[in-house]
Design a protein around this ligand. Structure first.
Ligand code: F6P
Length: 366
């Protein structure tokens, strides 16, 4: 793509969906049209839409009334990588092909001068690869997991924490009525942000995160002691990526051709059977799953997403390219995409919420 003045942009959403995607699409489109008179294209279903040349013009009216709506009006995919796309050959065998040239052709065909990629680490890794091919890109940080490197917060995280906390609050009453140990599994992949925040916010008794491998005996002792003190129920929040010290991650499925093939899941059920066996306490597992990705974004996420979308266009129009918009020290700025690719932002061991949790006698299973 030649260096020229930006007159037309495309916007796409990649990776798992997340509350606030529509708020970014709205902010990007409205700012681009009303402030700069740009033409805006919406790419359908993430990188698949670029491969298959599926994009549609977005007018101001197309993005009205979507600020509060969950999901993405453009569709998304978390299994498509244009640089390694699974294609069936004549013998029916799957081969991984680099279809990125096609994507560039499709963008040029539509006269697109810059691509706004809204997504998490997988989307940003591909965006960085497209930048290497000469496409002008701008990334916007999305993920409920809050694990994107370079930004202190991603939109969608606050909504997921709110959803998880509300669910755990409800689980409290049934745990208490039945004198049970309830193990609530939350998402987050290899980072414990959702578990840590929802666990602290709900006053959960045990919080298990990937960054602090747990000891089963310590958890059992903790819930037994609670029981002995007359606290006849316990709530354990387990991140899907939590694992026992020296143990393995619990994997739910492997999607071989996905850029991120491992899907975690199942830790709550594993813990429920192990704890009930070792303690004689009645345990139940609750897996919150994709509920955490759905629903209307919280006011915080709506505002954050709107700020991110606006900033993406401002940066592009001021000549910045191939960057990710980030939130740092209460301000929006940006960092080069190549610095983000391939990294995961984990919970630091000295995080203030871990200290606060320990202060109020929450167990981290150690
Ligand atoms: O990255 C978002 C996320 O919801 C993770 O928390 C979770 O591990 C994964 O996506 C689930 O992916 P899928 O929707 O493919 O099951």
């Amino acid at each position: 793509m030649k260096k020229k003045k930006i007159k037309s942009i495309a916007v796409m959403t990649g990776g798992g969906d997340c509350p606030g995607l529509n708020a970014v699409i709205r902010a990007v489109t409205k700012t681009a049209i009303s402030k700069y008179g740009l033409e805006v294209w919406g790419v359908e279903d993430g990188y698949i839409g670029l491969i298959e040349n599926r994009m549609r013009r977005l007018a101001f009216g197309d993005v009205s009334n979507i600020l509060t709506v969950g999901g993405t009006i453009l569709g998304t995919s978390n299994i498509a990588n244009a640089f390694k796309f699974p294609v069936k050959n004549k013998n029916g065998k799957i081969q991984l092909k680099d279809l990125s040239d096609k994507c560039v052709e499709h963008l040029e065909e539509h006269g697109v001068d810059a691509l706004v990629c809204i997504g998490g680490d997988g989307t940003m890794a591909s965006a960085a690869d497209f930048a290497k091919k000469g496409v002008v890109v701008m990334g916007v940080p999305k993920t409920i997991d809050n694990d994107l490197y370079g930004t202190e917060v991603t939109f969608g995280f606050d909504t997921a924490v709110t959803t998880a906390t509300e669910a755990i609050d409800k689980i409290h009453t049934t745990a208490s009525s039945h004198h049970r140990v309830m193990i609530v599994e939350v998402m987050g992949r290899y980072a414990g942000w959702i578990a840590l925040h929802s666990g602290i916010a709900s006053g959960s008794d045990v919080i298990l995160i990937p960054e602090i491998p747990y000891k089963l005996d310590k958890i059992c002792k903790f819930v037994q002691e609670r029981s002995a003190r007359g606290k006849q129920f316990s709530i354990i929040v387990a991140a899907e990526g939590a694992k026992e010290k020296g143990g393995k991650l619990v994997v739910k499925r492997t999607l071989v051709h996905s850029p991120d093939p491992i899907r975690l899941g199942g830790i709550a059920n594993v813990l429920a059977s192990q704890i009930s066996e070792k303690t004689d306490l009645e345990c139940r597992a609750v897996v919150l799953g994709h509920i955490q990705r759905g629903g209307t974004p919280t006011p915080y996420d709506r505002a954050l997403a709107t700020g991110f979308g606006y900033k993406a266009i401002e940066l592009l129009m001021s000549g910045v390219k191939n960057h990710l918009v980030v939130h740092k020290n209460g301000q929006l700025s940006s960092i080069p995409l190549w610095r983000v690719a391939g990294k995961v932002r984990k919970v630091p061991r000295n995080h203030h919420l871990i200290k606060a949790g320990l202060g109020v006698k929450t167990s981290f299973g150690i």
